[in-house]
Structures are given as structure tokens and as C-alpha cells.
Design a protein around this ligand. Structure first.
Ligand code: HEM
Length: 450
């Protein structure tokens, strides 16, 4: 059995039908030929989109000349009330300056420092899940909670039970419901001069979330001044000066950044972990191997244990291939381009699709199969370099990539050490793209104590 893949649409459909499909789900709105194509064009009455699947062209956009392909404003619209001027949305000099301040907080050495907080969050997740052992459980809920806990503990040294953290978490869900589909705006043929309206509900939720985050950053600023601040990611980012300008983030800029760390850091990891646990239920022989490997965690928690969780990493990496939490990314051309045999005009949307690249039939062997062993094969190694980008690539690569590759395998192993996850017949999840790749009706599994 292959892991669930959404049905593709017929090759030719009317624009009207395409939009209707699109509203339902970004993934099943696409034709099957995108799993074989190097490039595809979508014409709409107002602008053109080009999906680029050819590894060297993806490289040109993300690594070769990234400044010529800034992030498209169209995708940011829905997120701006919440994220303001955060690093996820900015371009050019502002973005470069923000990365110079943020990146040091995520360097290798710092990652080691955040390990105890990740460990504590994993233990808390295990304890919470124990209350549901023996039951049929919605797993995305569990992994969202765990990933949000990781973010608050590593960023602000507070657990998710902290009053403000818990409120951010709940409010954020409401925001998500009112403002779904990150990528929708990138494809919908609305001309640029049409103003975007955000519902009152969306704006209110965004304001409340930002107010809560401001409380956290204000308090932290006072603690930094008083010399009593804990040594966590927030303190590191708020005290780092830009080596070029000598500036630090002011409080409002920090609120923007915290909002994106929270959003980018918990939604994505939660999605990846939930799909990984489902895959473990689908392939019990892998689940058993990981549970066995996880016995390495019996010794006191230390970062060095990560080097023993090799299978867990392979499995997590394979889950990120099949269900990349960020299924597509959009950039914009700033000058005319010639890609393959096509002229791409200035102002066109360039869509990069981890979803399609990761399952490309001309690149991967058995692209739709779950096979964590593939990373040790010749084809797997080549594809990992050329056709694998769950965290994007180039200077705009996810700042949390290293962080996520510790957090994911750690939580996975901690959960499998204690519990067994079983498939529930007739309730296999169907992937759909919301803000991240999620299951249409959640991911339901039976959780049993080992
Ligand atoms: C499995 C987990 C994760 C996945 C798959 C993931 C994926 C991505 C991808 C694909 C992008 C690029 C988006 C684009 O260019 O349009 C991105 C950007 C970003 N991610 Fe992650 N991410 C994950 C976890 C995290 C974590 C844990 C953090 C922080 C704690 C984080 C922070 C960010 C930030 C700040 C950006 C914006 C970078 C920029 O534009 O310069 N992510 N992520």
C-alpha cells in the first residue's frame, strides 16, 4: 500500500472549475502531469504563473540569483495583519538585516543549548498523551500542542500551560480558521489594484495575538535591562546587534519576529510529526525499529543522544518528502527571464513546489512509496541534493531547519518509546493544503501504551 496521495484533476478544466477546485484544496486542483513536468504555465486573465520543477532552474531562483526573485506580495496578504514586517514577508535590505540578527540564534551551538527545553517539551507531550492511551485520538491536535510547547519553551522559557502562551495558541487557531490557504492568493486571478479586505474577525484575532506577544517581549526587555533574563532564543535575538549597522530589533519589530517564529515553527513541525506518526501506524515494522532505537533515550538527556536516533531521522526526512508541510512557495520575477523554451515576463509568479518535486517521477525511484532506506541509496543521495527542499534552499532557507531536524526526531522517538500507534480502518487521512499540508478530517490513530 502506498501512503495517501490526493487525486489529481483532469488535464484540462475551465478556469471557473479550476478556481472551484482550488478553493477546496491546492493539491487536488493540480493535474497529474505536474509530477512529470519540468515546467508548466498557468494563464489567468490578469497574470501568469509558472511552476518550475527542474532542479537547475529551482537553483537559479533560490540560490543563483535570489535577489532577482523576491517573495511575491500576493501570498503575504493573508498573513500581514498577524505578521507585520516579519522576516517571512520582507524582501531586499530589510530582510537581509533581519536575517543578520536572527540567524546567530539558530546556529549549531545554540541548538545544543535549546536541547533541554526540547526534551522537557517532549516529556510533557508524552505525559499529556498518556491520559488518552487506549483511545482513538486526533493526532494533529497532539502534535500542535507539543510543537507550540517547544516554541514557547525555547523562545521564552515558558511552557504552553503559561497563561499568555496558552492564549496565543488558542487565538492562533481561530485566526487560522478565518484566514486559511496561504497560497490561494498567489494563483487567484485578482489584479493587483484590487484592495484586499481582511474580515473583522481576522483583524481582531491578529490584534489580540500581537497584544499577547507584546506582553511577553515587553517583560523580556525589562528583564534584559535588569540583567535577570533567561538565556533563551528571545534574549539572544533581542540582544544581538546587526554587525553592519549596530542596530537591534526594537520591541515592535521583535513582536513581528516572534509571531513568525510561533507560526512557522509550530504549524510546520506539527504537520510533519502528525504525518510521521500516521506513517508509523501504516508501516508497523518501521514503528518497531524506531521504538527499539528510542531505548537510547533511557540514559539522562543529553544532546549527544541525537546521533543515536538515525532511523528516526531517516523516517522523519522521508515523511517531510511525502508530506512537505510547506507544499509550495511563490516568488516573483523582477526582469524578463528565459526558462527552458519559454519567455517569462517581468512580474510573473514563479511557483516552486516541494510537493511535486519530492514526488517527481523522472527523478525519484518509486516516488510515492514510503522508504526511509532510500536516503542510503545512490538515487536517494542524488535526489536529496537536487530534488528535496522541505525547508526551501539558498539564503532564504528556513531559519529553523536545524532546529526542526532535532525537534522532530526527538519527539517522535520519545512518543514511540512509550506508545504504539495503530491505524483505524476506514479513517485514513487525505492530505489537503491549508496553511500547511494537513489531513482533511484530521489524523486519527489508536494510541496504546507499550
Ligand atoms: C518541519 C518543520 C519546518 C518546515 C518544513 C519549515 C519549512 C519552511 C520553508 C519551506 C520556508 C520557506 C518559505 C518560503 O520561502 O516561502 C520556511 C521559512 C521560515 N521558517 Fe521554517 N520550517 C519548519 C520549522 C521552522 C521552525 C521550527 C522555525 C523557527 C523556530 C522556522 C522559522 C522559519 C522562518 C523565520 C522562516 C522565514 C525565513 C525567511 O524568509 O528568510 N521554521 N520554513
Amino acid at each position: 500500500m502506498i501512503p495517501p496521495k490526493p487525486p489529481a484533476r483532469p488535464d484540462k478544466v475551465s478556469l471557473w472549475r479550476y478556481l472551484k477546485l482550488f478553493r477546496q484544496d491546492l493539491l487536488s486542483a493540480q493535474p497529474a502531469r505536474l509530477y512529470r513536468a519540468w515546467m508548466a504555465e498557468f494563464r489567468t486573465p490578469f497574470f501568469r504563473s509558472y511552476l518550475v520543477n527542474q532542479p537547475d532552474l529551482v537553483d537559479t531562483v533560490l540560490k543563483g540569483r535570489p535577489d532577482d526573485f523576491p517573495k511575491s506580495n500576493r501570498i503575504s496578504e493573508g498573513l500581514r495583519p498577524l505578521l507585520g514586517n516579519s522576516v517571512f514577508l520582507t524582501n531586499g535590505e530589510t530582510w537581509k538585516r533581519q536575517r543578520r540578527i536572527i540567524d546567530p540564534a539558530f546556529e549549531g551551538g545554540r541548538l545544543r543549548d535549546t536541547f533541554p527545553a526540547m526534551w522537557a517539551a517532549s516529556e510533557a507531550a508524552v505525559n499529556r498523551l498518556a491520559a488518552q492511551a487506549g483511545q482513538e485520538t486526533e493526532i494533529e491536535e497532539i502534535t500542535s500542542h507539543a510543537a507550540a510547547d517547544v516554541i514557547f519553551r525555547t523562545l521564552f522559557s515558558i511552557p504552553i500551560e503559561h497563561e499568555v502562551a496558552a492564549q496565543v495558541f488558542t487565538r492562533f487557531r481561530a485566526y487560522q480558521r478565518a484566514q486559511p490557504l496561504l497560497n490561494l492568493a498567489a494563483f487567484v486571478p485578482v489584479p493587483r489594484w484590487v484592495p484586499r479586505f481582511h474580515s473583522r474577525q481576522t483583524r481582531r484575532n491578529a490584534a489580540v495575538i500581537r497584544g499577547l506577544i507584546r506582553q511577553l517581549t515587553d517583560t523580556r526587555m525589562e528583564e534584559i535591562r535588569a540583567g535577570t533574563a533567561p538565556d533563551d532564543l528571545a534574549t539572544k535575538i533581542m540582544t544581538t546587534t546587526d554587525p553592519q549597522t549596530g542596530d537591534r530589533f526594537d520591541t515592535s519589530e521583535m513582536v513581528d519576529q516572534v509571531a513568525i517564529f510561533f507560526l512557522a515553527g509550530h504549524e510546520t513541525s506539527a504537520s510533519a510529526l502528525a504525518w510521521t506518526l500516521y506513517l508509523m501506524a501504516l508501516y508497523p515494522e518501521w514503528q518497531e525499529k524506531l521504538a527499539e532505537e528510542a531505548r537510547a533515550l533511557d540514559s539522562p538527556p543529553d544532546f549527544s543522544v541525537m546521533s543515536k536516533l538515525r532511523l528516526s531521522r531517516d523516517v522523519f526526512r522521508e515523511a517531510l518528502r511525502l508530506y512537505p508541510p510547506v507544499p509550495m512557495m511563490v516568488r516573483e520575477t523582477t526582469c524578463p527571464e528565459h526558462f527552458r523554451d519559454r519567455d517569462v515576463p517581468k512580474g510573473a509568479q514563479i511557483v516552486l513546489s516541494p510537493w511535486h518535486l519530492h514526488r517527481h517521477e523522472r527523478l525519484w525511484e518509486r516516488p510515492d512509496d514510503f522508504d526511509p532506506g532510500r536516503w542510503h541509496t545512490e538515487n536517494g543521495k542524488i535526489c536529496q541534493r537536487n530534488a528535496y527542499m522541505p525547508f526551501s534552499a539558498g539564503p532564504r532557507v528556513c531559519t529553523g531547519a536545524g532546529f526542526a531536524m532535532v525537534e522532530g526526531p526527538l519527539i517522535l522517538s520519545m512518543l514511540l518509546r512509550r506508545f504504539r500507534f495503530e491505524r483505524i480502518a476506514g479513517r485514513d487521512p487525505v492530505p489537503v493544503a491549508h496553511l500547511t499540508v494537513r489531513a482533511a478530517d484530521g489524523i486519527w490513530l489508536r494510541v496504546l501504551e507499550r
